[in-house]
Design a protein around this ligand. Structure first.
Ligand code: ADP
Ligand code: ZN
Length: 718
């Protein structure tokens, strides 16, 4: 018998199981019932898809949203897995085809809605009894419970399933259920001594943030501007809200469209399709959108209105970052929303349920108002322990708490003292951090203070340094390259006679930063090329792009540069079927890119058997600057290097300027001696913060590269 690991690698192209997938699959293969609670994006589907491929018969997947079945089936077929769905959107002919396939036992997975399963007085059910059914998978199982937040009456009939198929194993899966709902699901489904698998709810790649609702549109468009290449979902409470926001965004030039249950079927379908296929970037939707959405490259979810409860919030934000790459969850909050939502929380003639809904609403409001870690709040809500500070939510990264900073202050002041007030902020901090850059003079590397501040990041030191200047413990000269000097306030601090309290320096700048810009060391340019290739192939095959390869898979390609079929096989997410179908196209693109940029494969750095995120190479990619330096040292001129590398001479000058700063090449190699004074003069007048004004002042005879080189040279000779 083929093993689950083999199926995982050959069919899906993944190296290892996540969470409890392995244990769950083993339990299912044993023929036992299972209950699986795993966050969105955790990988629930494989828990029944892999057994489905190992079992002899067909696995029936019950799923509530017929609109999305096609998508799931497409994704399976691209991996070469025979799958189909039956629902009311198909005509008689299409349904017949599926029925025939079932009769021939030629399907591995069948997706069906609960109403279809129990339709025609159990006609379909009776038909299924004659087929070889290996397993029932109940997706979104919380829909069966009235205690849940998304009760669906048609799910109630599933209580009968075990009576009809007492011997067939059942696996129930959900991404959200509090304890009460959990018990209710088990009770309603009549599972037979089920094994229960609860995974952590922590979605570590999601950055949670709450913003005040005032000036929402401006804040939102600022964010969207910053994330031009990303796609995401914006949730609104009302249908009108989605339409007016989508229209406003569209006017501003964002490719956004609305989605809600009030739109006619065709429009709704079309908008969804456009979003899935990356034809539009933003979908502005009510909660009607998204359940079961498999699009894995959703980089952000924005709530323009507060959701009704934590479950909904968690599930909606969970649609971001299913591929495991950093993504943002941003909520705009106003207390007015809470009052509005109270009106909706009332369930007519059902006092008990109204109480539950109101309590859930209040919890949601608390989430927005806390000043402690939001992730901890969420995890605790779902009954999980969590550390006090997650480092990846707005309250954790924007920590304005004041602390006793006497020691870091002393370190900074003594660094300035040791350097005799003859260096600027950058140098002082690099020196303090013990940078091994050649910029730091050899004699300074012998001083005791050198490297005494390795415990903080450069940004953190810069924050402290700015504060110390602002408070008068240090002063900065007015020179063109300002130098740091001690003041009469410095002495008592250095002698330990005075304490210094500063705002605790955090990794982030005051301006709120969101996570979605991934810092993985991949070649962005290649990634973009691969993305457009993917889009083209997807359009040809009439499937959404992420069905071909996820963003995470493309990031791996753009990090490791696989250059042969065998190397391509090592990329996570490249199964045999996809390798055969798409491998060649992607290889060609990567090969060309590597030739153009003189890069070689780094596949040997990929450790098989770990998750893509953690196995991404930590060290830097071969530096493009370094290639220029290498050619330069081998006697090539700037123009020759530019031609060889297919870059502008400007770019090459920029590369070489870097090595002027480190002293590896003399300034004269880039700039004619006679041009230097004019550039120096301009820098003196306009400063060196921006190149544009310098270039404007100097005119066409001077290139950006030359200006950069002189700046580098002046910095070195400081
Ligand atoms: P869920 O249904 O729990 O929301 P999915 O089953 O859709 O999540 O899985 C989310 C994404 O993670 C999919 O792109 C899936 O292919 C991928 N995935 C699942 N399991 C693994 C694994 N073991 N290794 C790598 N990727 C995985
Ligand atoms: Zn946090």
């Amino acid at each position: 018998m083929i093993s689950p690991e083999q199926v995982l690698k050959e069919k899906f192209g993944y190296d290892s199981f996540r969470h409890e997938q392995q244990a769950i699959i083993a339990n299912v293969l044993k023929g036992s019932d299972s209950f699986v609670l795993m966050p969105t994006g955790g990988g629930k589907s494989l828990c029944y898809q892999i057994p489905a491929l190992i079992f002899g018969g067909v696995t029936v997947v019950v799923s509530p949203l017929i609109a999305l079945m096609k998508d799931q089936v497409d994704a399976l077929r691209v991996n070469g897995i025979p799958a189909a769905f039956v629902n009311s959107t198909q005509d008689a002919g299409e349904q017949r085809e599926v029925i025939d396939a079932l009769k021939n036992n030629s399907l591995k997975l069948l997706y069906v809605s609960p109403e279809r399963l129990f339709s025609n007085d159990g006609h379909f059910l009776n038909f299924l009894k004659k087929c070889e059914i290996s397993l029932f998978a109940i997706d979104e199982a919380h829909c069966i419970s009235q205690w849940g937040h998304d009760f669906r009456p048609e799910y109630r009939q599933l209580a009968l399933l075990k009576q009809h198929f007492p011997k067939t194993p059942v696996i129930a899966l959900t991404a959200t259920a509090d304890r009460q709902t959990r018990e209710d699901i088990l009770d309603k489904l009549n599972l037979d001594n089920p094994s229960i698998f609860v995974s952590s709810f922590n979605r570590e790649n999601l950055f949670y943030a709450v913003e005040k609702k005032a000036e929402m549109f401006r804040k939102m468009t600022d964010y969207l501007e910053d994330h031009r290449d990303d796609s995401g979902i914006i949730y609104c409470l009302s249908r009108d809200g989605t339409e007016s926001l989508a229209a406003k965004l569209f006017k501003k030039g964002f490719k956004a469209k609305a989605y809600h249950a009030g739109l006619d079927q065709q429009t709704r379908q079309q908008h969804q399709e456009e979003f899935l296929r990356d034809d539009i970037r933003i979908i502005v939707a009510t909660v009607a959108f998204g359940m079961g959405i498999n699009k894995s490259n959703v980089r952000f979810v924005i709530h323009a209105d507060m959701p009704k409860n934590i479950e909904g919030y968690y599930q909606e934000t969970g649609r971001a970052g299913r591929d495991g790459l950093p993504s943002d969850a941003l909520l705009f909050y106003s207390p007015g929303d809470v009052i509005k939502l109270r009106g909706f929380a009332t369930v007519e003639n059902n006092f008990a349920q109204t109480e539950i809904m109101l309590a859930k609403l209040n919890k949601m409001a608390s989430f927005c108002e806390i000043r402690t870690c939001r992730r901890k709040f969420l995890l605790n809500y779902f009954g999980e322990e969590a550390p006090v500070n997650c480092g990846n939510c707005d309250t954790c990264v924007n920590d304005y708490e004041k602390i006793d900073a006497t020691i870091p202050a002393q370190k900074l002041l003594s660094a300035v003292f040791r350097l005799q007030g003859r260096f600027g902020a950058n140098y002082v901090v690099d020196f303090l951090k013990g940078s091994d850059s050649e910029k730091i003079r050899a004699e300074h590397k012998l001083l005791k203070t050198y490297g005494a501040g390795a415990e903080l990041s450069k940004n953190q030191w810069m924050d402290y340094l700015r504060d110390l200047v602002a408070l008068g413990y240090l002063q900065q000269t007015d020179d063109k390259f300002p130098l740091l000097k001690l003041t009469e306030m410095s002495g008592p601090v250095l002698k330990g006679e005075e304490q210094v309290w500063l705002v605790k320096a955090s990794e982030q700048k005051e301006e709120k930063k969101y996570a979605a810009k991934t810092e993985l060391p991949y070649e962005k340019e290649l990634f973009d090329l691969l993305k457009s290739l993917r889009k083209q192939l997807a359009d040809d095959d009439k499937v959404p792009p992420y069905v071909i390869f996820s963003d995470a898979t493309l990031v791996e390609m753009a990090s490791y540069f696989p250059l042969t079929i065998d190397e391509m096989r090592k990329i996570s997410g490249v199964g045999e079927m996809k390798l055969e179908r798409y491998g060649g196209n992607f290889l060609k693109e990567i090969q060309q890119y590597c030739i153009d940029n003189q890069l070689s494969s780094k596949i040997h750095q990929k450790t098989v058997g770990r998750q893509p995120r953690s196995s991404a190479p930590k060290e830097k990619l071969p530096d493009t600057k370094f290639i220029s330096l290498d050619l330069f040292k081998r006697g090539k001129s700037i123009t020759e290097i530019a031609a060889l590398r297919n870059f502008s001479t400007n770019t090459i000058e920029g590369h070489l300027a870097h090595y002027v700063a480190t002293g590896e090449i003399p300034l004269e190699a880039i700039v004619e001696r006679s041009k230097v004074p004019a550039i120096e003069d301009a820098i003196q007048r306009y400063g060196n913060n921006a190149l544009k004004p310098l270039k404007d002042a100097l005119g066409d005879e001077f290139s950006y590269g030359e200006i950069k080189a002189v700046i580098a040279w002046m910095e070195r000779n400081l």
